[in-house]
Design a binder for this molecule. Structure first.
Ligand SMILES: [Cu+2]
Length: 314
């Protein structure tokens, strides 16, 4: 029961700036490969005729290529390949690094569906509505096996792994409906694990959000989960508290009892909730019990969003 009766075209539409850059590199590479393939094939044919054996007892003789010719055929391809490397690396970094102002959404893959959560709290399954012209960052995890988030028109794709977060970003510049596919074989209904991305004008997106059930922002619901799981009995902002204060933790350096440090990101927060003793903050005892099995993926997201909001100016 696919929502897309037609097939994916060989060259899908381009709906992001990155898609155009990826295609430019792709067609450049294809062009270079074509030119050199033709060049080699033509020269093989030409030399086979030009230097063929003309009579039965003819013995081949060695042809010495002049130094300038050797230099030309070494330096030109080297230059082209280095150019492609630098260009490819530049686009790769742009595609992988979400801009600082990207809006964060959560995505969870599960056999065989995609679940999404908007920062405003709205939830969707398989469909995702987003505004155009706004960089969107997806923080993704899986509830079971490895999936892969792929939108051909955006030219972005990222593995979605159980037990950790990966991310991907895009900024759609054309209003439209785009197909979302799972690009990692994940079981019997893998081929049906798809959805739709609805890219809308920001005003239409706002009214779409408002038209949904009234939602509570993730940080607010996260605050409730933080209290329900009694995180706040130890992690409170006062001297002598059993757990470290979480104000301003996200994005900053954490120092551990063993002298190592890490910049606190989503994966660090996740690990600290599920395996609190993996990295023990300097000056604190290993008192925190594991919350493995006691919080599900959705509660984890809520807790992480809440912790991220602590100590940030709203
Ligand atoms: Cu899948």
């Amino acid at each position: 029961m696919s929502v897309w009766p037609d097939q994916i075209p060989l060259f899908p539409d381009r709906a992001t700036a990155i898609a155009r850059e990826v295609d430019a590199i792709y067609f450049f590479g294809l062009g270079i490969a074509t030119i050199f393939s033709i060049l080699v094939a033509v020269l093989v044919a030409y030399f086979a005729i030009r230097y063929r054996r003309r009579h039965h007892d003819e013995v081949g003789q060695r042809e010495q290529a002049p130094a300038w010719l050797e230099l030309v055929w070494s330096i030109i391809p080297l230059g082209i390949l280095l150019f492609m490397f630098a260009w490819g690396a530049d686009v790769y970094f742009k595609a992988r690094r979400a801009p600082a102002n990207a809006v964060e959404y959560y995505a969870t893959g599960k056999q065989w569906m995609w679940k999404f959560q908007h920062p405003q709290g709205n939830r969707e399954i398989n469909d995702l509505h987003v505004p155009v012209g706004v960089p969107i960052k997806l923080i993704m995890t899986s509830e079971d096996v490895i999936h892969s988030f792929w939108v051909p028109e955006f030219r972005v794709k990222m593995d979605v792994l159980p037990g950790r977060y990966t991310n991907l970003w895009f900024e759609v510049d054309k209003v439209g409906t785009y197909r979302l596919l799972c690009n990692e074989y994940c079981g019997a209904e893998h081929s049906l694990m798809g959805g739709r991305i609805f890219a809308m004008e920001p005003a239409d997106y706002e009214s779409w959000l408002a038209g949904g059930q009234p939602q509570t922002a993730l940080t607010k619901t996260g605050e409730q989960v933080f209290a329900e799981k009694t995180c706040n009995t130890c992690h409170k902002n006062e001297a002598g508290a059993l757990g470290p204060s979480l104000d301003g933790v996200f994005g900053n350096e954490r120092e551990f009892a063993d002298g190592t440090t890490v910049i606190a990101d989503e994966n660090y927060l996740r690990e600290s909730i599920l395996e609190p003793r993996a990295k023990l903050v300097k000056g604190y005892q290993a008192l925190m019990p594991t919350f493995q099995g006691q919080v599900d993926e959705e509660e984890l997201v809520l807790l992480i969003e809440y912790i991220k909001s602590l100590g940030q100016d709203e």
